[in-house]
Design a protein. Structure first.
Length: 385
C-alpha cells in the first residue's frame, strides 16, 4: 500500500523535511554551526521529543528519544504504538537521503519534483507522519529540546532549508512584493514610445527589458511598496526598509549583481536614506543591520501577505540540510551565526514576467500610466545561492 503523502510527488525541499525527522531521531541531537555551515565541535542541542500529525487520520504523533536504551518510543494520541531502534532510523535516513539527493524529476512534471514510494513501509510503521506543513507557517518541525542556556526542556519550531538540490526561496514573489517606480529622464526628451518598446515582453525577460530602459538613459524614482500588508510589515521591522529594498531592486535590475551582500554594499555607497556617518564602514553598518533584520524575520515568521506582529513561528531557529546530508542547526541563541549564514548565502532573483501572467508577480517590468505619468513595477524575490 502506498500511503497518503508518500505516494504524492513532492519537491526536494519537502522531502528534506521528512529526512530531517528521520535523521534527528537517528542522532538524538542537533549540531550547531557557524556562519559558513561548519559544525561547531562539542556544541549541540539534545532532542527529547518530536511532535507530528498523522497525515491520514490527523492524530497526534510523538517520537520520544530514549538515549539510555538507544531507541525511539512512538505514540499515537498518547497511546503506545512501538519502540524502534535509533540504529534503524539511521539506516532509513541514510537510504532515504541517497534517494532524494539523486532521484530525477517525474516525467512531464516540474523540476526536482518526484515520488519516493520506497519509504512507504517504514512510514506506516512510524504512523505516517505529515511531510509538509502549511506554507503560511515558517516552522516545518516542532520538537522538545534540552535548553542548554536554562537547563529546561522547551518546545520549539524550526524552519528547514536544503542545499542538496535546487536552491530554496526565502521570500516568495507575489503581488505583495511589487515595488512601484516613476520613470524619469533627467537629460533629453522623454519618449513614451521608446519606453513602451523597451519594456515590451517581446524583447525578452524582465532583466533584459530593464537593462534596455536604463541604456536609453531613463531613471527610476521609487514611489511605494504596492502590497499594503508587506508595506506595513516592513515598517514594523524598520521604517527605512522600503527605501532600502527599492534601491536593492534598482541595483539588481540594472547590473549583473545578484548577491544580497554585494547589492547591499552598493546601496550603502548610494546611501538612499541619507544617513550621516563618520565613515563608510559605519554607514554600511546602518544598511547591513536593517537588511539582516529583514531576512531573519522572513526566515522565522514574517510572510508578506500576513500582518507581522514580530512573533516567530520557527521559535527555535533554522535547520539546514547540507549537500552530503549533514543537518546543522542555527538556534536563536546563536543569533550572529544565523544572521551571517543568511546574509552570506542569499541572492536576488527576478521571477518570470509577461503581460499575461495568472499571478500579479508575473506582471512586472512593464510600462503603465497613471495621471499621464509613466510607471513600472519591480518584483522582490530572495532565494538561497
Amino acid at each position: 500500500m502506498v500511503l497518503k503523502g508518500v505516494g504524492k510527488s513532492r519537491n526536494a525541499g519537502e522531502w528534506a523535511e521528512l529526512y530531517v525527522l528521520l535523521n534527528t531521531l537517528a542522532d538524538g541531537e542537533l549540531y550547531a554551526a557557524d556562519g559558513d555551515l561548519n559544525i561547531i565541535p562539542n556544541q549541540y542541542f539534545p532532542v527529547i521529543k518530536i511532535k507530528k500529525k498523522d497525515s491520514v487520520t490527523g492524530r497526534s504523533i510523538e517520537y520520544t528519544i530514549d538515549r539510555k536504551n538507544k531507541n525511539v518510543k512512538v505514540t499515537s494520541d498518547d497511546k503506545f504504538v512501538s519502540s524502534i531502534s535509533m540504529k534503524r532510523f539511521r539506516t532509513e535516513a541514510d537510504d532515504f537521503f541517497k534517494i532524494i539527493s539523486t532521484r530525477k524529476s517525474d516525467k512531464l512534471g516540474p523540476q526536482n519534483v518526484f515520488k519516493v514510494t520506497e519509504i512507504s513501509a517504514f512510514m506506516e510503521q512510524i504512523q505516517n507522519p505529515e511531510i509538509k506543513q502549511t506554507s503560511s507557517n515558517k516552522a516545518d518541525i516542532h520538537m522538545i529540546i534540552h535548553d542548554i542556556m536554562t537547563g529546561f526542556e522547551q518546545l520549539v519550531g524550526f524552519s528547514i532549508k536544503s542545499k542538496f538540490k535546487s536552491a530554496a526561496t526565502l521570500l516568495n514573489p507575489s503581488g505583495q512584493t511589487l515595488f512601484q517606480y516613476r520613470i524619469k529622464k533627467s537629460e533629453g526628451f522623454f519618449n513614451k514610445t521608446d519606453v513602451m518598446a523597451a519594456l515590451s515582453p517581446s524583447i525578452g525577460g524582465p532583466q533584459v527589458r530593464m537593462k534596455r530602459l536604463f541604456e536609453l538613459g531613463y531613471e527610476l524614482q521609487f514611489v511605494q511598496v504596492k502590497g499594503a500588508s508587506f508595506k506595513e510589515n516592513l515598517t514594523i521591522i524598520d521604517s527605512s526598509l522600503s527605501t532600502i529594498l527599492a534601491e536593492c531592486l534598482r541595483i539588481f535590475f540594472s547590473s549583473s549583481n545578484t548577491s544580497l551582500k554585494k547589492v547591499v554594499d552598493v546601496v550603502s555607497q548610494n546611501n538612499p536614506c541619507k544617513y550621516n556617518s563618520t565613515s563608510h564602514k559605519r554607514l554600511m553598518d546602518h544598511y547591513v543591520y536593517k537588511v539582516k533584520r529583514l531576512i531573519v524575520d522572513a526566515s522565522l515568521g514574517m510572510v508578506p501577505s500576513k500582518p507581522w506582529e514580530g512573533k516567530y513561528d520557527a521559535s527555535g531557529g533554522y535547520l539546514v540540510v547540507k549537500k552530503m546530508g549533514e543537518v546543522v542547526c542555527y538556534h536563536l541563541y546563536s543569533w550572529n551565526a544565523l544572521q551571517d549564514y543568511l546574509y552570506n548565502n542569499l541572492r536576488f532573483e527576478g521571477p518570470p514576467s509577461t503581460d499575461k501572467g495568472s499571478k500579479k508577480s508575473y506582471n512586472y517590468a512593464l510600462h503603465y500610466e497613471d495621471n499621464d505619468e509613466s510607471f513600472v513595477d519591480l518584483c522582490l524575490q530572495i532565494r538561497f545561492k
